[in-house]
Write a protein that binds this ligand. Sequence first.
Ligand code: PSU
Length: 301
Amino acid sequence: MTLPLSYSPDVAEARAKGLPLVALESTIITHGMPFPQNVETARAVEAEIRAQGAVPATIAILDGTIHVGLTDAQLDQLGQAQDVMKLSRADLAVCLAQGRTGATTVAATMICAHLAGIAVFATGGIGGVHRGAEDSFDISADLQELSKTPVTVVAAGAKAILDLPKTLEVLETLGVPVIAVGQDELPAFWSRASGLKAPLRMDDPAAIAKSHRLRGALGLAGGQLVTNPIPVEAEIPRAEIMPVVEEALKAAAVQGITAKEVTPFLLSRLFDATEGRSLDANIALVLNNARLAAKIARELV
Ligand code: PSU
């Protein structure tokens, strides 16, 4: 059976010419940020990748077809669409079979990027082990995907709404390299500090590209998690964001929010509580990750 997969003209051309490509996810557009900042940010991120000499490929499922690279009109439509599925590994095939529209999380974006031969992917923050996972078993499928699919994912760490020590433990168990850039500490999305040392550190995009290739040569399944701290001027220091995170987590518990709804609920709650500062920080860190991902992608070609 042939897969319903379509490349945008830009991405098709880049593939034909062997230009460096950077994959981008779409859940951040539909479930991570409000309109119109979501679409503006998606465009700015694409521009940043182009400015660094690589080609962006935003990935989403539109009416039952995997799109690798979205046109301006498609991006605009997705940014305002209602009833968009949030797709992880488990949901991809069902979304395609039903001809529906879905946004790809980190896990689903990795799968589609790999299908398209794209080795590098920039996002905001990966999903991870949620607080209280010992009771809820809520662990993002992003972690498993990193151990299966050979894509280097550039993120600003895992979101501080998660249990970061447990997230690191699971990644270690799964054999996923967690590489900090420019500092020894694991960054925590809105803040540069997490209080946790990252297992690995590499500051040079060329070395990160080389270790990506060496994993392939070693026959190792899975990708790399590159954790790139938010720029100093954009960060919300840990002491400031953590009380807000605690409040949001309490509200989620009281309202009985579970599973896929948890992350979007907490993000929008933080947006209100910080009067938009959490969104400004989110935008700044995604742009920063796009820049680094483009540099790694250039080293890979
Ligand atoms: N990064 C952001 N905002 C987001 C996400 C990442 O800046 O909304 C999304 C990603 O798609 C990631 C998902 O895969 O959050 C994690 O969701 P969950 O915790 O339900 O696995």
